[in-house]
Design a protein around this ligand. Structure first.
Ligand code: E4P
Length: 217
């Protein structure tokens, strides 16, 4: 399973990349706003320099022609930029055209298995089911990952399942068990994945026992 970081903060991307297990980055307009970004193009270029992996940059347009133009522009900023397209009818049309042009895409705001099926049929490189937001409204987000995995396997779709809107390590574990190809998560969750009280306790004990060897007998 690949790990992406879901942030627009350069400091977080740098820190996560330094851990050696980061495979890519996802952003969205809300994350860009939260990071206080003014010059989107310069910022996407800066992110794309921090990782060799894919960097999802989302279009703001909602009409087919404008989305296509924006997608071509975003992809021209760096070769590893993947264009994030919302699941709306014009977005699906854009996915098809971009796929034919060889521009990688990430179909975002996926909340049903049939939306994922349509995005895959249109040639999306990734689909982003939003697990946490489904949990928030009383639906089991992980069921969506399970259904999409089965549909993609039934028909041999190569579109990757990018589990998004991840809120805690259990989401990452369950998404991995269900066969999601990628999990994108906030930096706080990446850090939580490294923590286990028994690891910390065990290491302290090992080091304390080693120190005892150094005491004069
Ligand atoms: C995915 O690419 C989105 O940026 C993200 O995962 C949304 O997460 P949220 O529901 O926590 O905003």
């Amino acid at each position: 399973m690949q790990f992406f970081i879901d942030t627009a903060l350069l400091s977080e991307i740098e820190e996560a990349a330094a851990l050696g297990i980061l495979d890519g980055v996802t952003t969205n307009p809300s994350l860009m706003a939260k990071a206080g970004v003014r010059d989107f193009d310069a910022h996407y270029k800066a992110i794309a320099r921090l990782t060799r992996g894919p960097v999802s940059a989302e279009v703001i347009s909602t009409g087919y022609a404008d989305m296509l133009a924006e997608a071509r522009h975003l992809h021209s900023l760096a070769p590893n930029i993947v264009v994030k397209i919302p699941f709306i009818p014009d977005g699906v049309k854009a996915l098809r055209s971009l796929s034919e042009e060889g521009i990688p895409t990430n179909c975002t705001l996926i909340f049903s298995p049939l939306q994922a099926l349509i995005a895959a049929k249109a040639g999306a490189t990734y689909v982003s089911p939003f697990i946490g937001r489904l949990d928030d409204v009383g639906h089991e987000g992980m069921e969506l990952i399970r259904q999409i995995r089965q549909i993609f396997d039934n028909y041999g779709f190569q579109t990757k399942i990018l589990a998004a809107s991840i809120r805690h390590p259990l989401h990452v574990l369950q998404a991995a068990m269900e066969g999601a190809d990628v999990a994108t998560m906030p930096f706080s969750v990446i850090k939580q994945l490294f923590q286990h009280p028994l690891t910390e306790k065990g290491l302290s004990q090992f080091l304390a026992d080693y120190e005892k060897l150094k005491l004069p007998s």
